[in-house]
Structure formats: C-alpha cells, structure tokens
Write a protein that binds this ligand. Structure first.
Ligand code: AMP
Length: 178
C-alpha cells in the first residue's frame, strides 16, 4: 500500500505531558490529516480482514476513534470498554494497576457473547496493562481475545511481557524511547 506521507510526522511528541518525564505521543495530528487517518484504517483492515473477527473492542476514549470506522468497514460490532461508572447497564469489570494508582474498566455484559473472537484495540500500547484488563472483562463474558492492536506501540515499556505471546500484538508504528 502506498504511503503518501509519514505516519511519524503526523504524531506530535510532547515532552513532560501530562507530567515531568513522560513523552506524550499525540494522535490528534492523525485525525486532522485525512490521508493519515485513512491510511491507519486501511492498514487495520488489511491486517485483520482474514482473521474472522466477530467484534472489535475498544478502550475509552482515543481507542474509540480508530475502532469505529474499522468496525463499520469490517461489518462487525463495536464493543465499548469504558472507565468505571460510565456504562448504565450491568457490567463485567476489572481493576488494574497504573504507575501510581489503580484504575477500573468495564464492559456491558449484554455486549459480550460466549465464543466470540474479539480484537482489542487502543490508540497506543505502553505497559499493556489497559489491554490486559480489557482481555479480562471480555473473558468474563466467555469471549476469546484473538489479537491486540495499537496505532502506536512503545515496546521499551515491556507490553510484550504483560500481554504474553499467546495472542499477536500488532502496531502501525513503534517508538523505542527518547
Ligand atoms: P498502558 O496501559 O500502559 O499500555 O497505557 C495505555 C493507555 O495510556 C492508552 O490509552 C494511551 O492512550 C495512554 N498512554 C500511555 N502512555 C502514553 C504516552 N506516552 N503517550 C500517549 N498516550 C499514552
């Protein structure tokens, strides 16, 4: 597939955001650049078109942006995984550790079906903790996570160790630290 731009150039790198020492990879530059956004969705479809996915599950909130056009193009359900307290129905939930705190994510129980093959995605994979918690809530509903996807991957933060090697982890661009 022809890339008429550099995906890297569409991703702004902002030092010391949201706190000192963090280099923030800002994907809003992709969203305001239609060829870059289209490239991402085209590549995702190319990567997963033969995977027989039953659904895509996406992490609030930047994961939603990439997952929605992908779900529409693939003709599969989009399952929203949200921060605790946002979903009105009965949920499966999972608490997980962040660097200095804990977080909790949830999914509607009625959105997950036993035996479903689900791809889980976010805009960026850092430690892998969020995607791993997402796998947990989907498995509570009897689904199988068949892949993890991030537009951006930061492998130096060791997400491979957290996510394991039983399921493929794919990204469109990787950064290897500053
Ligand atoms: P993790 O659970 O550590 O893989 O963190 C992934 C989540 O945190 C994603 O939702 C990202 O949007 C966000 N995130 C973590 N680190 C960064 C970073 N350096 N730049 C942008 N987003 C990040």
């Amino acid at each position: 597939m022809k890339e008429s731009f550099s995906l890297d150039s569409a991703i702004r790198k902002i030092p010391d955001f949201p706190k000192p020492g963090i280099l923030f990879y800002d994907i809003t530059g992709i969203l305001v650049n239609p060829p870059a956004f289209r490239y991402c969705i085209d590549r995702m479809v190319e990567l997963y078109k033969n995977d027989h996915l039953d659904a895509i599950a996406a992490i609030e909130s930047r994961g939603f942006i990439f997952a929605a056009p992908f779900a529409e193009r693939m003709g599969i359900p989009l399952i929203l995984i949200r921060k605790k307290g946002k979903l009105p129905g009965k949920t499966y939930s999972c608490k997980y550790a962040l660097e200095y705190a804990t977080a909790e994510i949830e999914v509607h129980q009625t959105d997950v079906r036993p035996g479903q093959r689900i791809l889980v995605m976010d805009d960026l994979i850092a430690t892998g903790g969020t995607l791993n918690a997402a796998r947990n809530v989907l498995e509570q509903g009897g689904a199988t996570v068949t892949g993890f996807f991030g537009v951006v991957g930061l492998p130096f933060l060791s997400y491979a160790a957290v996510l394991g090697d039983s399921v493929p982890v794919k990204t469109l661009i990787e950064y290897h630290g500053e």
